[in-house]
Design a protein around this ligand. Structure first.
Ligand code: SAM
Length: 267
């Protein structure tokens, strides 16, 4: 079996391990996160600590969630970093964000250079816990970042754009080439900032319905809304909120998807 050793660690591809080793990009990311010592920061996948050391320098405590037990132990044994870390050796997809935030008495600032294979399911998991999140700085595949920030009419605009932009205001921070990592991934990466949006829809608003409507619309994105959303709305319904039935999924805004959700809930 072929495997690669980096800084004494046997790289585990199944955990999406690509370690950031370029100091310029590390500094840019740390500056963008701008941690303050009274804040509660949580890093997803600290790996060998490329970001952890520099962020940890500015804090008394830093929480990390790392699935790889060798890496969790490596960080725990670091004489400078180890004592200030709260280490969870587990899958981030099973992490209890609300319980941790409540126990610590602070909202969470989440950051991480994400393993690409879990970035979309992780984002949907994080969207369930927006009430305890202050912000997120996440490195994702450049193409995923393009989908997250896409506007109506753009070829990247889809269900992920609508759902993410419903929950957050999203800003790209920096795009990083493959050679800044070891081993090098095949794609460029983009660090994005996600800030929870104050929700302007009332408590009856249901994100499961928003998700179902966007899924139906975008799974047949070439069809008109009259056809793709026929299980939800008649043409008359669409026109009642000024949406032309001949538009397609990519033509309507996040706010209009939210209006469709409210319309569905009201009839
Ligand atoms: N932060 C380090 C860096 O920038 O050099 C490592 C980034 S590497 C792309 C992703 C990290 O996430 C690895 O340390 C990997 O072991 C960890 N990881 C992968 N899947 C995970 C999961 N489901 N839960 C928690 N950590 C995970």
């Amino acid at each position: 079996m072929r495997y690669q050793i980096y800084q004494g660690h046997c790289v585990r591809k199944r955990f999406g391990q690509c370690f950031l080793q370029n100091q310029y990009y590390i500094n840019e990311i740390v500056d963008a996160i701008n941690p303050q010592c009274n804040e509660l920061l949580l890093e997803i996948g600290p790996g060998l600590g490329a970001l952890t050391h520099k962020i940890g320098d500015k804090l008394n405590h830093l929480a990390v969630v790392e699935i790889d037990k060798d890496l969790a132990l490596y960080l725990k044994n670091n004489p400078i970093l180890g004592p200030k870390l709260i280490i969870f050796q587990q899958d981030i997809l099973t992490f209890d964000f609300e319980n941790f935030s409540k126990k610590q008495g602070n909202p969470l600032r989440i950051f991480g250079n994400l393993p690409y294979n879990i970035s979309t399911p992780l984002l949907f998991e994080l969207f369930k816990h927006m009430n305890v999140l202050q912000d997120m700085h996440l490195m994702v595949q450049k193409e995923v970042a393009a989908r997250l920030i896409a506007s109506p009419g753009n070829k990247n605009y889809g269900r992920l754009s609508v759902m993410a932009q419903y929950y957050c205001t999203i800003t790209p921070i920096i795009t990083i080439p493959p050679k800044a990592f070891t081993p090098s991934p095949k794609v460029h990466s983009t660090m994005i900032r996600l800030l929870p949006r104050a929700q302007k829809y009332d408590s009856k608003f249901n994100t499961t319905i928003l998700n179902s409507i966007t899924t139906a619309a975008f799974s047949q994105r070439r069809k008109t809304l009259k056809n793709s959303l026929s299980n939800f709305f008649s043409s008359h319904h669409l026109l009642s909120i000024n949406i032309s039935p001949t538009l397609r999924a990519e033509d309507i805004s996040v706010d209009q998807y939210c209006e469709l959700t409210s319309l569905w809930l009201s009839h």
